[in-house]
Write a protein that binds this ligand. Sequence first.
Ligand SMILES: Nc1ncnc2c1ncn2[C@@H]1O[C@H](COP(=O)(O)OP(=O)(O)OP(=O)(O)O)[C@@H](O)[C@H]1O
Length: 248
Amino acid sequence: MLEIRNLCKYFGGIKAVDGASFEVERGSITALIGPNGAGKTTAFNCISRTLVPTSGEVWLDGQQIDHLRPHKITAKGLSRTFQISRNLADMTVIENVIVQSRVEGFSGLFRPAISPQEKDKALGILDFLGITRIAYEDGHNLSYGQKKLMDLAALLMSDPKIILLDEPAGGVNPSLMEEIVGHIRALNAKGLTVLIVEHNMDLIMRLSHKVVVMAQGRVICQGTPDIVRKDPAVLEAYLGGVLDAEAA
Ligand SMILES: Nc1ncnc2c1ncn2[C@@H]1O[C@H](COP(=O)(O)OP(=O)(O)OP(=O)(O)O)[C@@H](O)[C@H]1O
């Protein structure tokens, strides 16, 4: 469904992504993992074209999308979250969900009123995520975890086919993490394809059908969680570091 071909992103002499290729199969939950600085977020940014890649191709459902602007990519069915919430503090949750979902389309930002259709849709999504009670809460009153759920709600407004989640469980408490895992599973069961960057290895191994491992800008291994877990290159580049740190 989503195909990344020989993707490169250089920042001057830094090869953040250096010829990465991988595929996300339709209906899967695929994880992109790797040590700090491996190039995961940069790859995400290039796929959603928040960053312009240095070279390489991104294909979605047989269409090349790497030359499209971000809101066009969203319109093709690919939406993403950001590590840091884009919460607009002087708006309520429902306003945030609607306005954030318009942000990619420049003209949408300046559309004045929230339509009844937008409101109904947003309320339906908040209900699905179990956060109807905070629909009219001000953005600045939200907890960190509530902001994560609000971002997920905004992402769903565009009716995506595939969602890219950047550290959805980063910094949240264990019970909210389980709630987020439940939501990702439920969305996937409804047919949504998921690509996820996450540092929580337990979550990744439980949730993912396929794991893609990056190190130093390249894909060093991909396969089922069981295969990746045992791969010597992964142990050396990634888990090796953890084991070494634990042994020290
Ligand atoms: N805008 C930038 N300018 C210069 N270098 C950058 C920029 N963005 C990322 N890098 C560098 O590119 C490399 C890859 O960074 P990236 O954030 O993509 O890694 P990551 O795998 O997402 O790391 P983490 O798990 O720590 O978030 C790092 O060496 C980083 O310092």
